[in-house]
Design a protein around this ligand. Structure first.
Ligand SMILES: Nc1nc2c(ncn2[C@@H]2O[C@H](COP(=O)(O)OP(=O)(O)OP(=O)(O)O)[C@@H](O)[C@H]2O)c(=O)[nH]1
Length: 350
């Protein structure tokens, strides 16, 4: 399991925005929080069942799972990274970047928040890759204490509607109206929030920007009451359930997407061939898998320039994440039709 590095956490932008988060527009006050079952056991025969009753500890632990769902590109990964205080989920402008379910752990005071990122709900293609992704989203939702439905502030289209339809009715759903910083006329948001209130019994309305520190802090306080009183599942310094090896493949994939822009279809992926620890050095070999010979050219670039840059940017970020020196070797291979082939998907960890 990956832990928080000793070095300074990445992810949330420093609070350059003094005054920080945008306040919720007037009238957008959260709906009353529903009664949350704190999960404390019933009293039986005067026996102390909790640390509090036994007088051992004034603050019993809270711990719960919170799903982050939403259509592609609304900012789910950006939010997860900000909440966890470290980059564990990759982001790019290319929709459908997130492919795996990832637990992001943040422990603060008496509370352990386990945020579950999910792949954007896929509506475009019906290839095996998308079927697998949709199954992941369904699985996540049955197993959480609360759901953050992320949408873009002021917008709720058919794709958002499809995601909302997936949520089991017995879960508290908090509407995160993200990218508030892009809304020019805040007054326009009021009627929109009211229409959202009519649409679904959301437990809370949270207009915010995942890129603003103060907004992210506020979200912790809003989510906390929805988490049951129960012992923590992970150690206090845990970052994610994923291994370093997994995080490495995600970071290389992010650089690949960022540096190829729209030229490369989202069906390319990255496989880690070897990950060796030699004292303070990590020797990593990875292969970029693409579907066509022409895609290989895109990744390599003129005179190998682009592949070199992907490697160099990934290495710098990996050194911060792993808190070690990194030697990264990158290869490119063509595997036609991998995204439509269930056997290949399994071998690549999907
Ligand atoms: N202006 C602004 N941009 C944001 C905010 N949050 C996320 N973004 C940008 O929106 C784009 C998509 O963000 P992601 O976090 O990758 O979105 P996602 O929902 O995880 O996308 P998928 O992986 O496709 O499901 C990126 O370019 C982010 O930088 C925000 O609060 N304000």
């Amino acid at each position: 399991m990956a832990r928080k590095p000793r070095s300074v956490p990445q992810g949330v932008e420093p609070a350059a925005d003094a005054g920080g988060g945008e306040a919720a527009p007037e009238g957008a006050a959260p709906a009353d929080a529903p009664e949350v079952d704190a999960g404390s056991p019933a009293h039986a025969g005067g026996v102390a069942h909790t640390a509090v009753e036994a007088g051992l500890d004034a603050t019993p632990q809270r711990c719960g799972r919170v799903a982050i769902i939403g259509r592609p590109n609304v900012g789910k990964s950006t939010l997860l990274n900000a909440l966890v205080g470290q980059k564990i989920s990759i982001t790019s402008d290319k929709a459908q970047t997130t492919r795996h379910r990832i637990d992001g752990v943040q422990t603060r005071g008496d509370t352990q928040y386990i945020f579950v990122d999910t792949p954007g709900f896929q509506t475009r293609r019906v290839a095996a890759l998308n079927r697998t992704l949709n199954r992941t989203v369904h699985g996540v939702l049955t197993d959480v204490d609360a759901v953050l439905l992320v949408v873009e502030a002021g917008r709720f289209g058919p794709d958002d509607e499809k995601v909302l339809a997936l949520v089991p009715r017995d879960k508290p759903v908090l509407l995160v109206a993200n990218k508030l910083d892009t809304v020019v006329r805040r007054a326009d948001l009021m009627p929109w929030l009211q229409s959202m209130q009519q649409r679904f019994p959301f437990a809370e309305f949270v207009p915010m920007s995942a890129k603003k520190n103060a907004d992210v802090e506020r979200l912790f306080d809003i989510v906390r009451p929805y988490l049951p009183e129960q012992p923590w599942i992970y150690d206090a310094d845990a970052l994610t359930d994923r291994t370093d090896r997994f995080l490495v493949s995600e970071i290389v994939r992010e650089k690949l997407f960022r540096l190829t822009g729209d030229e490369l279809p989202y069906t390319s992926t990255v496989v880690i061939d070897s990950f060796v620890e030699e004292g303070e050095l990590r020797r990593i070999a990875a292969t970029v898998i693409v579907e066509r010979e022409s895609h290989k050219g895109i990744v390599i670039g003129t005179g190998g320039e682009r592949l070199k840059r992907i490697g160099s940017e990934a290495r710098q970020e990996l050194e911060r994440l792993l808190d070690a020196k990194v030697f990264l070797e990158l290869w490119v291979k063509v595997r036609a039709g991998w995204a439509d082939d269930e056997a290949h998907l399994r071998s690549y960890g999907y």
